[in-house]
Design a protein around this ligand. Structure first.
Ligand code: A3P
Length: 286
C-alpha cells in the first residue's frame, strides 16, 4: 500500500488518518474545556505507555478498563479523522485526549483555558530508531530505503508531525506554566514510581501506595505487551501490520547504540547541538 502525505502549516501528515478539514477545525473551532487533560508527544516517545499509566491512574490502579477497552478508545486521539472524530466527541468530561500535534497546529482555545498538558519526550536518537522500526509496520509512514535515509528525513523534519526539534522547542514554550508537565521516557524508565507520583500530583489525584503499585505493575513493558488492549494489536490492519511486527518492540533506553555508526552519531549530535542551543531545558540525554 502506498503512503501519501499532505502538508499542513509546514508539517507533513499521513492522508490515511488525517485531513486538512479536521486539522483546520481543531485549530480554530475545537473547544478545549478547562478540565481536559491532553497527552502530547512527538511519535515514538512513549505515548502508548503514558496512555496506560493515565488510564490506570484514573481507575485507581484497577486494570479492568485496560483489559477490556482498547487504548485508543480509553484515551482517544484528538488529531485523527474518520472514526477518531466520533471517539473524541463521545468521551465524557473530564476528557483525556492524546495528540501528536505541534504547538502551532493545536486548538487555539487551549491557550485561554486551564486544561492540563502532559508532554512526554524521549531522546531523539531512540525516537529515530523506534520510528525506523515503526515505519516498517505502519501504513502511516513511507518505508525508508535505509536507516541513513530516515535519519536525514528526521533531521530535516520530512516525517509525519515534522521536526522533532521544532516539536519539542514549540511545546517547551509552555514549560513554566502550571498547567504543563514535562515527563521524559527516560524519567519513567529510571524512576517509574516517582514519575507516576509526580503525574498524580499534577492531576490532583493522589493515589495510595498500593494503587501506585498496581499502576506500576500493569503499565510495565511485559504486562502491556501481553495485553491485546494495550499492545496495539487492536489497531486495524490497514493502519498497522501487527501480525508480522511488534509495536511493543524493546522498550529500553539507548537502543540507538545498536543502530548508529560513529559517523551517524557525530552527525546527529552536531545537528542536535546547533538546533537545541537556544533552549534552556536540560534533558537527561544531553
Ligand atoms: P521501542 O520501539 O524503542 O521499543 P509511542 O507509543 O509514542 O509510539 O512509543 C512507542 C515506544 O514506546 C516503543 O519503543 C515501545 O516499545 C515503547 N513502550 C511502550 N510501552 C512501554 C513500556 N511499558 N515500557 C517501556 N517502553 C514502552
Amino acid at each position: 500500500m502506498d503512503t501519501h502525505y499532505f502538508q499542513h502549516k509546514g508539517i507533513c501528515f499521513a492522508s490515511l488518518l488525517y485531513s486538512q478539514e479536521r486539522l483546520q477545525y481543531l485549530e480554530n473551532e475545537f473547544h478545549v474545556r478547562d478540565d481536559d487533560v491532553y497527552l502530547v508527544s512527538y511519535p515514538k516517545s512513549g505515548t502508548t505507555w503514558m496512555i496506560e499509566i493515565l488510564s490506570l491512574i484514573c481507575r485507581n490502579g484497577d486494570v479492568t478498563w485496560c483489559r477490556e477497552v482498547p487504548n485508543f478508545m480509553r484515551i482517544p486521539w484528538l488529531d485523527v479523522g474518520g472514526i477518531g472524530v466520533k471517539l473524541v466527541d463521545e468521551v465524557h468530561s473530564p476528557r483525556f485526549l492524546a495528540s501528536h500535534l505541534p504547538i502551532h497546529c493545536f486548538p487555539k482555545s487551549l491557550f485561554s483555558s486551564k486544561a492540563k498538558i502532559i508532554y512526554i519526550a524521549r531522546s531523539p536518537k531512540d525516537v529515530l530508531v523506534s520510528l525506523y522500526h515503526y515505519a516498517h509496520m505502519s501504513y502511516l509512514m513511507k518505508k525508508p530505503s535505509s536507516f541513513d535515509e530516515l535519519m536525514e528525513d528526521f533531521l530535516q523534519g520530512r516525517v509525519p508531525f515534522g521536526s522533532w526539534f521544532d516539536h519539542i522547542k514549540g511545546w517547551m514554550q509552555m514549560k513554566d506554566k502550571k498547567n504543563f508537565l514535562l515527563v521524559t521516557y527516560e524519567d519513567l524508565k529510571q524512576d517509574q514510581r516517582g514519575t507516576i507520583k509526580k503525574i498524580c500530583t499534577f492531576l490532583e489525584n493522589e493515589l495510595e501506595e498500593q494503587a501506585v503499585d498496581l499502576v506500576l505493575e500493569h503499565s510495565s513493558f511485559n504486562s502491556m505487551k501481553k495485553n491485546n488492549m494495550s499492545n496495539n494489536t487492536m489497531v486495524p490492519d490497514y493502519i498497522m501490520d501487527t501480525k508480522n511486527n511488534q509495536f511493543m518492540r524493546k522498550g529500553i533506553i539507548g537502543d540507538w547504540k545498536n543502530h548508529f555508526t560513529q559517523e551517524q552519531k557525530e552527525y546527529m549530535d552536531s545537528i542536535y547541538h546547533e538546533k537545541m542551543k537556544a533552549i534552556d531545558v536540560k534533558f537527561s540525554w544531553d
